[in-house]
Ligand binder design. Structure first.
Ligand code: 3QA
Length: 228
């Protein structure tokens, strides 16, 4: 099997890359893809760079050029659910693009005709994540992730996302990756560790906790690999 593991920022995949030796680097479309093997599987790793377009491009190339048959996203997120604190782990059950707005035509927020709104993660991979969490004694919250091309650092925007989508966490890539994987029939899951609370302190907290939370998520991802 070929498994794709992606993040958005270098900090999100660096803790993975440093665990592997014999990594083959390929450059395509202005980005680097790292191929290796683990537990008898081929693995392709990349960080897409920030945002939905970069993430969709990377996910598509991992599937089309590198033959990825399953995909795991690992990274950090802003907490919307007050239960979530810095360093806590979230697995997405479903994701939505919170910044899609064609409400002028009577469509609900987040909805695209012929494309839909929420995209569900693969139930088997979500279960695997929960099993791994249980096995290592990690508290894993399963919930809704809202994705948009915006770093949320403002309580008004935060409240809007919570009220509109009942989302538990927010980030800038997951839903676009989810949509690509759905269209291409590739089972996927999105794992994120909290770096901030998407509030007025978010910029500061993000800078302080990016590295540690990114590592928490990457380490969780590695544990999950042992269980796949
Ligand atoms: C933020 C990263 C982007 O890839 C989405 C982190 C954590 N907290 C968030 C929040 N709102 C939205 N997303 C997030 N990731 C990129 S901006 C800073 C990068 O520049 C998840 C995420 N509150 C740093 C160097 O200039």
């Amino acid at each position: 099997m070929t498994l794709a593991i992606m993040g958005a920022m270098e900090e999100e995949v660096e803790p993975l890359l440093e665990r592997f030796e014999n990594v083959k680097v390929t450059e395509i479309a202005d980005n680097k893809y790292y191929e290796t093997t683990y537990n008898g599987n081929n693995i392709v790793i990349a960080y897409s760079k920030i945002g939905k377009v970069n993430a969709a491009l990377t996910a598509t190339l991992m599937i089309e050029k590198f033959g990825a048959e399953k995909l795991i996203f690992t990274g950090v997120a802003g907490a919307l659910n007050p239960k979530l604190k810095v360093g806590d782990m979230v697995v997405a059950t479903k994701l939505i693009q919170h910044d899609v707005d064609i409400t002028a035509f009577g469509h609900p927020w987040g909805f695209i005709p012929e494309s839909g709104d929420f995209v569900e993660c693969d139930a088997a991979l979500v279960s695997k994540a929960k099993e791994s969490a249980k096995a290592i004694g990690v508290d894993l919250l399963d919930g809704i992730i809202a994705t948009g091309d915006q770093f949320i650092a403002d309580s008004k925007k935060k409240d809007f996302i919570v009220d509109t989508y009942k989302a538990d966490a927010t980030e800038m890539e997951g839903a676009s990756v989810a949509y690509v994987c759905k269209c291409m029939n590739v089972p996927f899951v999105v794992l994120r560790s909290i770096s901030d609370a998407a509030d007025m302190d978010a910029g500061f907290d993000f800078e302080e906790f990016l590295k540690s939370s990114a590592k928490t998520s990457a380490d969780f991802c590695l544990k999950m690999l042992d269980n796949l």
